[in-house]
Design a protein around this ligand. Structure first.
Ligand code: R5P
Length: 325
């Protein structure tokens, strides 16, 4: 046989951006690894500098960044880290974006709009990403925007399992989708929890067509413990209005499950003042002191990310992580 053979081993490295350093550290900790020491800072004009302080040549690199506010800044830092890895000869680069920026603009709702979620995928590809790992995309078909493997993880086993352990009378549960867009995911929760499904249908009030949305509840929620599921809570408007409709229709108790706690603007106040008994989220995004309120429970996403990274590195199966849900 001609040529040169080696028996060199694969090397996994984990890199974290500055948006949510605790999460990257937790993922590394779960795997018994250290983060690659990295220098990162902003210039006076807002430009970002990054440099890895040790060689990443030939490594299997997983670069973790949460796309939190200020979202464009941290997205740019993520892209720069990928570019730096490519130019430093990393063998394979996996972008780990637990919350995928701009996922809600995944189509042109009206003429002359961008498809921002596609542009984000294109930018990562151009920067040098080989793979993408993310949790609960706003719509699953965003996977197709990235030209390469996408590991689309679900927080459902974490959030659903919490409900199973938390609720005494599982027979009283009804899973509720807050709008038509979330029905598919709510249906999966309904299967997992063995609970019936209800849907909130938003429609215009015929008497005031340009002003008010009526929230019609389709399904039986009277006297039930309603588990409202959504991918994200941003300003809290969607979920609080949905909870109000459930209460008006006789719901006894409302638990909200949402993967991504964006919690912008009035969200905390709205949720705190609402009829919602508990809001359960994961920490795909960093939560500061001002985001916390009595009904909030935050579950860690790092163990799931760490297991998925391990499967990818070992050429194992990410799908197997969700087989017994
Ligand atoms: C909508 O399609 C999403 O799934 C969320 O329900 C929505 O983006 C949440 O936003 P907000 O909390 O501001 O209502």
């Amino acid at each position: 046989m001609t040529g040169i053979t080696t028996t060199s081993e694969k090397r996994l490295v984990i890199i974290g951006g500055r948006a949510h350093p605790e999460l990257a550290a937790q993922v590394a900790g779960e795997m018994g690894a250290d983060l690659v020491p990295t220098t990162a800072y902003d210039f006076a004009n807002g430009e970002i500098y990054v440099r890895f302080q040790e060689s990443v040549r030939g490594c299997d690199a997983f670069v973790i960044q949460s796309h939190t506010a200020p979202i464009n800044h941290w997205l740019m830092e993520h892209l720069l880290m990928v570019d730096a890895l490519k130019r430093a000869s990393a063998k394979r680069i996996t972008v780990v974006a637990p919350f995928y920026a701009y996922a809600r603009q995944d189509k042109k709702h009206r003429g002359r709009e961008p498809i921002s979620a596609r542009l984000v995928a294109d930018m990562f590809k151009t920067a040098g990403a080989d793979r993408l790992m993310t949790v609960d995309l706003h719509t699953a078909q965003i996977q197709g925007f990235f030209d390469g493997p996408v590991d689309h993880l679900w927080a459902m086993p974490i959030l659903g399992d919490y409900v199973r352990r938390r609720v005494e009378d599982v027979a009283k549960l009804t899973v509720v989708s807050p709008d038509a867009g979330r029905v598919r995911v709510a249906d999966q929760y309904s299967d997992m929890l063995g609970a019936p499904l209800a849907i909130i249908h938003k429609r215009r009030d015929p008497d005031r067509p340009n002003e008010v949305e009526v929230h019609e509840v389709v399904g039986d929620v009277d006297g039930r413990t309603c588990v409202l599921v959504d991918d994200l809570i941003d300003t809290g408007g969607t979920i609080v209005q949905a909870a109000r409709a459930l209460k008006e229709n006789g719901a006894e108790r409302i638990i909200v499950l949402a993967t991504h706690a964006v919690l912008s603007g009035p969200a905390v106040q709205r949720l705190r003042d609402s009829d919602i008994a508990e809001v359960v989220v994961t920490d795909t995004l960093p939560l500061e002191e001002e985001h916390l309120f009595p009904q909030l429970t935050v579950l860690p996403i790092a163990p799931l990310l760490a297991r998925a990274v391990r499967e990818v590195f070992d050429d194992g199966s990410v799908t197997s992580l969700f087989e017994n849900v």
